[in-house]
Design a protein around this ligand. Structure first.
Ligand SMILES: [Ca+2]
Length: 521
């Protein structure tokens, strides 16, 4: 199908309630797994809150939403980079990679030094962001599942793999915010659909979707010749036959600019009457999930880094980040042009740490941190986070409060006055963002990672982090305030701390039907 102008969403999606009706695949087996008889909330351990089922609290959050307060809620632009390391930005100490726009967001807002993704790889991390659940409770705990799910091709890799997806009963940020009167849109990378064609963003709380889905391997690169526009798969003529003409960072940015513009002016394109009627005064949630700087390092050009003595890989890696940075500048300009810059919370983060696969030679990538994407060392999960919101977040500020992806469900519930007491495994960052407080109640944050067999686990509480690479290996303990590089294992010196944190970690793990810890042979 040929390209045509952007249009404003899927009519069936627009008509959906905040309780999605699942159609298609047989989910009987999965539906029965979400009983949580042994679940104990990490929040309860850390804050004294009552025990709450994450799934129940999400549902409650959506159902108990107050009526939308037109004009009183901020727009939310959540920008996610892909495999961007902790040391990849100027505002995080990189002196080579030029990121003036993201640096200016940090200068205009709050920069987190101790912020973490939901997981050390893409799909589970994005699932944690969207659902507010950590990887001990979430359905998606790895990119490929060990058993169950659906089989399909993985881009560029022979053979079949299995994936699973966000389940209908898992409420997303899209569900939450749509329930609060927002128009919700995902641009570019979803990556929580597995190979299930009925688990698209439009089936999980988003009114609009422009991007790619994992069952279409041809779309997973920087010059894709196939893309999705809501439920329509279309060919990108300029990139047919391997042509490198229409870069994905530009295309994704165009789609986001078009969405913001529609929300600013009201829809004027043919066929967008339904959006036009909603646009005036309706807040938006735009989840802008870029590919960059994930491999392959298909930079549009590397002119910015010519003559700087960088190895070719580093030059292309840096150029991809700067291209994304400039594209974020286009989004910010569009917000200004539409008069929405002051009433938009802008968040920038990365889905996991820097990737060893990028083969960067001289750039810091993980900065001072140990490890890479795929590790539970800090380099795999600690990521940049900056947030700006004119008049609400104090410019040029920094916080060392530990926080992570599951917190955004609670944060956005709080921000939009959903009047829910708790949501999932996270806590609201709103008081921290707005300067109402400078510290949060100490709580535990939890991560799982699945190597070829077994399970790796990490948990942070306060300055302390326990990590175990396999169940039959001993816990290690690090004090991240003194030793952010995780060089000195203090487990033998502080056995009581190991005992407390390892107990919390063991309580945080709920068995998964897709990632059994010891798969059958
Ligand atoms: Ca990633």
């Amino acid at each position: 199908m040929a390209e045509k102008p952007y249009f404003c969403g899927d009519s069936s999606a627009n008509a959906r309630s905040v309780e999605p009706t699942y159609i298609g695949m047989n989910r009987t087996k999965h539906a029965s797994k979400r009983n949580r008889p042994s679940y104990k909330s990490l929040l309860a351990a850390g804050t004294g809150l009552s025990l709450i089922s994450p799934a129940m609290s999400q549902s409650e959050a959506v159902k108990s939403a107050s009526q939308p307060q037109q004009g009183s809620q901020p727009n939310i632009l959540f920008i996610l980079a892909d495999d961007l390391g902790y040391g990849d930005l100027g505002c995080y100490g990189n002196s080579v990679v030029q990121t003036p726009v993201i640096d200016s967001l940090a200068g205009a807002g709050l920069r987190f030094t101790d912020f973490y993704a939901g997981a050390s790889v893409s799909s589970p991390s994005r699932g944690c962001l969207l659902t507010g659940l950590h990887t001990g409770h979430a359905t998606i705990r790895g990119n490929m599942c060990r058993v169950g799910g659906l089989e399909g091709e993985r881009e560029g890799i022979p053979g079949k793999v299995r994936r699973t997806n966000l389940q209908p009963e898992e409420k997303t940020l899209g569900d939450l915010l749509r329930g609060q009167g927002y128009r919700t849109c995902l641009v570019n990378k979803w990556h929580v659909d597995g190979f299930d064609t009925t688990a698209t963003p439009l089936d999980r709380g988003f009114d609009e979707f422009y991007g790619w889905l994992v069952h279409e391997p041809r779309s997973h690169n920087f010059y894709p010749d196939v893309r999705w526009r809501n439920r329509e798969r279309y060919e990108i003529a300029a990139n047919q036959n391997g042509n490198h003409a229409d870069h994905n960072t530009d295309r994704a940015t165009d789609e986001a600019v078009a969405f913001i513009t529609r929300m600013g002016k009201g829809a004027t394109l043919e066929g967008c009457q339904s959006a036009a009627s909603q646009a005036s005064g309706q807040p938006f949630f735009l989840y802008m999930a870029y590919n960059a700087p994930h491999v392959p390092l298909d930079a549009k050009d590397t002119l910015l880094y010519a003559g700087k003595g960088l190895p070719d890989t580093d030059r292309r890696y840096a150029a991809m980040i700067s291209h994304m940075d400039a594209s974020i500048g286009r989004l910010m300009n569009t917000l200004r042009e539409q008069g929405m810059a002051d009433n938009t919370l802008v968040v920038f983060a990365s889905d996991n740490g820097g990737a060893k696969a990028a083969q960067v030679e001289t750039l810091p990538l993980s900065g001072v941190l140990k490890g890479w994407k795929g590790d539970l060392w800090e380099g795999g999960i600690r990521v940049p986070l900056v947030a700006s919101w004119t008049g609400y977040i104090k410019p040029g500020t920094q916080t060392a409060e530990p926080a992570y992806f599951p917190d955004f469900f609670a944060t956005f519930a709080d921000l939009t006055a959903s009047h829910t007491s708790a949501t999932g495994d996270g806590v609201s960052l709103k008081p921290l963002l707005t300067g109402e407080v400078t510290s949060l109640p100490e709580r535990a944050m939890y991560w799982e990672q699945y190597p070829r067999v077994g399970i790796s686990v990490a948990l942070r509480k306060g300055p302390w982090k326990v990590i175990r690479q396999q169940m039959d290996q001993p816990w290690q303990l690090y004090n991240l305030k003194d030793d952010v590089g995780e060089t000195t294992d203090l487990a033998a010196k502080y056995p009581d701390i190991v005992a407390e944190l390892s107990r919390l970690a063991e309580e945080a793990h709920e068995p998964s039907p897709y990632w059994p810890v010891y798969p059958e042979k």
